[in-house]
Design a protein. Sequence first.
Length: 415
Amino acid sequence: MNAQVSFLDGEFSLIHIPRHLYSVFLEPILRILLPQQESSEAGLDNAGGFQGLTADHRHVLLNVSVTPIECSIVCHQSWVERVFRPFLDAALPADLRRAVGISPHPYIALCVVSAGIDAGSRVVDLTSPLALAGIPIFFITTYFCDFILVPRKNRDSVIQALGTRGFVFSEADSSFTSPVMMASVRGRGPTTTMGGAGGGSSAPSTPPSSSSASAAISDLQDRTFELLKRQSVAPEARRSLHLVHCSGHEMHHVGGEISSLRPSLSRAHTGSGGGGGNGGGYRRPEPTWIDNIDPKLFACLVAALASQPAFLSVTLSAEDPPSLLLDRALLPLFGDAVVGDTETDLVPIFLDLGGLPPETTGIVSGVAGRLVREMEAADTVELLYLSTARAGTVILSQDRVEAAVGVLRPLQDKV
């Protein structure tokens, strides 16, 4: 598998908000989506940024998902302590506070950038070694990459599990090199790789044979289906809900302009601002949060979140433009603020996992793996997977939904 895998800085929490309480939590959701106050305060203490934000005020990782089942948030732990817990204590009575769930233990996040692999196979290839190692995960597919959340206590197990698949881990930069990438780097000559001498890297383990790995994965899928059947977790395909997968525009690091547009002139860029060279001219303020975003896109996001959307998932990260998975009915609201394939209709299949403990393993790999195995004979499976706090959502093109429902139908059988 040709992939770059790296740990993100920081520790993260998952927040479950019942759908009927979503509107109550719109204020704290917008506070973390639009962190003006926190980014300006970080500039005053010279700490290099509020925890969970980079030095240029970008989120390391933030996912806000509003689905028919729940509102789910993945955010840095500092946002929980600074924004959500105070809001819970101040705004909700005890009985409603108990309905909101905040993960009791911290998670760490892996960012996976891969090339030349269809979306369905990518989900399976990334999650199966972790599932076989008994590591519970949350998986978020975005327009540019994939994010995997694992309990912080399982960090060493993650390194070992990926090592069994030939990945080499470098402590120096908390990242992995895949076997394919290592071979290509070695073929170019004496370039230093993350797995090279002196890099603090763990040696790769011998990957299991393909036959033994396939048998183990098949057994994992069988056990996952049996678990879901015992817990009466039946798939629900929302055929009337059509989704679109798209992204925001890339932003310039200087001036905050959208890359697809010609940078406009401003007073900050036209001469001395009328003050000459005697020190009395215009002084450009320090960059803030607003300088690193597309204001048009974020205005659209606020409007969409305020509209009680049937489905909207937005992921912000430090390295990529915002990624969105949204109800097609919201698309006119965004206009040209989003780019991507907005013609293909995607349909979600929901698995309500609220009755399972969060440490349950194998759900992502078991469900996605079975779908890919049973459906890929006909064609490549373009499958997206979105983990939320208490649910899993499989997302496929409209023409593949009936086949997927057929594969998942055994979950509806009585035990």
